[in-house]
Design a protein around this ligand. Sequence first.
Ligand code: 5GP
Ligand code: ZN
Length: 138
Amino acid sequence: MAEKDCIFCKIANGEIPSATIYENGDFRVILDVSPASKGHALILPKEHFKDIFDIDADTAGKLFSLATEVARAMKSILKCDGMNIVQNNGIIAGQTVFHFHLHLIPRYEGDNISLKWEQQESVQTELRELAAQIRKKI
Ligand code: 5GP
Ligand code: ZN
């Protein structure tokens, strides 16, 4: 269902025009209007899901499967040297449009895009305990 006042619902469903790379019954793939690099693309489900915590596994699976095909097509046309797949959830994580979307960000030698974080120390026993806690919820 389309969410009132959601810009990506309107774009995904063709109410607002966009530079569309590909479209099928479930998804629209568009070029980002403020790209991090040449060819920066977004995959939008046509149905409104807020984020990773909201989208169902079947749709997410189909979306990522499509991402592999789009990524290969982009690499062939853009001749990029690599690609980041980014998906932000929540304000703290940098999400600005609250309709699930996957970023495909082509990377080029010397592009100076930074997605790096400072690495923290960890304790093996704590990692295993945390892993076990999360596993119980799956
Ligand atoms: P987020 O920060 O939520 O992960 O990413 C939102 C992305 O959507 C940004 O990269 C932004 O440039 C892009 N964006 C926002 N509004 C529009 C729009 O109207 N059209 C297109 N093509 N991209 C948009
Ligand atoms: Zn929406």
